[in-house]
Design a protein around this ligand. Structure first.
Ligand code: FRU
Length: 479
């Protein structure tokens, strides 16, 4: 379907208008059962991820009408355990002049008893010229109260791409800082930093973030996010408009640096080269939330999807999903990811016969020495599938989705490698109706992808040196 601008930017006036599309979407065989997904239409970036007064709040970029990027809302979901999620309705709606063409991405901030959402007001004038504003709204149980005017507008010595505010408080300086993803006039990807001694006013431009070695790295850094984990600073961002080693033809990436952030010189000094936050086909715009009562870890949720890519459920007028919530810890200067512990509550005995997958399941896989293979979603004769093959000589895992019946984004990549620094030992795999998330070697590497198996693609095979145990997983996200 071709969407006109009018259709993509149509304002949602009442819930009734999307009842039909929601019903159709909810009836899809690819509807996820324990992953957050759009109530209707499209979900993309996670936004405003925050723990406040005993509740985890998450919002996602949302186009209500169909699988298309258009007028963006923040749709709100909540949880007490990061596993069972409840739909709460619209969080932020683009109903002001300064956000007339969308409430774009941003972050949440808890301030005493109050909770604030910082976002990008995507304003466009009648000639479709864009002005991105950095805006704030207060969350109250009665709804969101937007401040009457934005905190600040864009800088005119940078390109129009200035968005996705991440707010942090730096105790030693008793100062608030906002990181804004940006593109310079000469099309370098970068981050702009603003500061203020008060959260809701007095913001001024402090300067460009300096990251030695990353002066020329992609053309736009979307969704910058910074968190302190176990005494080190972790900077996560999504560079665009460049290909990167080992990532096929993709020009959308999600990487991290571990190092030290100096708020006097606005310099982030990385300890090592950048690493991919995930090695899979569909992973972007990660957002971290500081963990409550444990500064040794952060929690991360990410969009399973990529900008400019297309997915088979577009035919059914929806697309997008969030990853499961993951705990991030550091091992030296590497991030280690694990599913939040509470996800184990979803486990049920797996009564599927050996060699058969169920639509929502967890697999625990151990690898013995040597080359190995694990093929998921194979046909009855064991062929086809989403193939995972390990070469013990080169210590490389190769994932190939080109044998699946439903192929998509073939021009971007259908096969990717995960180069390991050590032998392959184990995988923990989470399968839902249209996604797979793989935690490799206790989470030192992860691989996340959309996959749309047909009815016949429900088997799995593996080499003799691989052992698999399985759980079925109960549903935990209501439609
Ligand atoms: C990333 C992004 C953000 C922007 C939002 C709009 O996917 O492009 O930079 O705020 O999506 O939906």
């Amino acid at each position: 379907k071709e969407w006109s601008r009018e259709e993509r930017y149509r304002v949602l006036k009442s819930k009734e208008e999307i009842v039909d599309v929601h019903k159709r979407n909810a009836a899809s065989v690819y509807r996820q059962s324990y992953h957050i997904q759009p109530v209707s239409g499209l979900s993309s970036d996670p936004n405003g991820f925050i723990y406040h007064k005993g509740i985890w709040h998450l919002f996602y970029q949302w186009t209500p009408w169909g699988a298309v990027h258009g007028l963006k809302y923040w749709y709100h979901v909540t949880s007490t355990d990061l596993v069972h999620w409840k739909n709460e309705g619209i969080g932020l709606a683009p109903d002001c002049d300064y956000d007339n063409k969308g409430c774009h991405s941003g972050s949440g901030f808890a301030y005493g008893d109050d909770m604030y959402l910082f976002y990008t007001g995507n304003h466009r004038d009648e000639n479709w010229v864009r002005t991105p504003y950095t805006c704030v709204a207060q969350y109250t149980p009665e709804g969101l109260k937007k401040m009457p005017s934005p905190l600040f507008g864009p800088r005119d010595d940078y390109a129009e791409h200035q968005r996705d505010p991440k707010v942090v408080y730096v105790k030693e300086k008793d100062m608030y800082f906002i990181f804004i993803g940006a593109m310079s006039e000469d099309k370098r990807g970068t981050t702009l930093i603003y500061k203020s001694s008060s959260l809701l006013e007095g913001w001024s431009f402090a300067g460009e973030l300096k990251v030695p070695g990353y002066e020329y790295f992609g053309g736009m850094w979307e969704c910058p996010c910074i968190a302190n984990i176990d005494g080190k600073d972790v900077f996560v961002f999504s560079p665009q408009y460049t290909t990167l080693e080992g990532r096929g033809n993709s020009t959308n990436h999600n990487v991290y640096l571990v190092g030290k952030m100096d708020y006097d010189t606005l310099t982030f000094t990385p300890e090592t080269d950048y690493r991919y936050l995930d090695y899979g086909f569909d992973f972007y715009a990660a957002q971290m939330a500081a963990n409550v009562n444990d500064d040794k870890k952060a929690i991360m949720i990410t969009w399973i999807g990529l900008p400019d890519n297309h997915y088979p459920t577009e035919e059914e007028d929806y697309e997008g999903s969030m990853t499961i919530a993951r705990e991030l810890r550091l091992k030296g200067n590497r991030i280690v990811q694990s599913p939040v512990k509470a996800i184990e509550q979803l486990r049920e005995e797996c009564d599927e016969e050996e060699g058969k997958l169920s639509k929502a399941m967890e697999m625990l896989v151990d690898f013995n020495e040597g080359d190995a293979s694990l093929h998921l979603f194979t046909k009855e004769n064991g062929e086809g599938g989403f193939t995972i093959d390990y070469n013990a000589n080169t210590k490389t895992i190769t994932v190939d989705k080109s044998h699946m019946d439903k192929r998509f984004n073939e021009h971007v990549f259908e096969t990717l490698d995960v180069p390991l620094d050590e032998d392959l030992k184990n995988m923990r795999i989470f399968i839902d109706s249209s996604s797979v998330e793989i935690f490799i070697n206790d989470g030192l590497y992860t691989f996340t992808a959309h996959v749309y198996p047909t009815e016949k693609e429900c088997g799995y095979t593996h080499s003799d040196n691989v052992s698999v145990s399985r759980y079925k997983l109960k549903a935990s996200v209501k439609d």
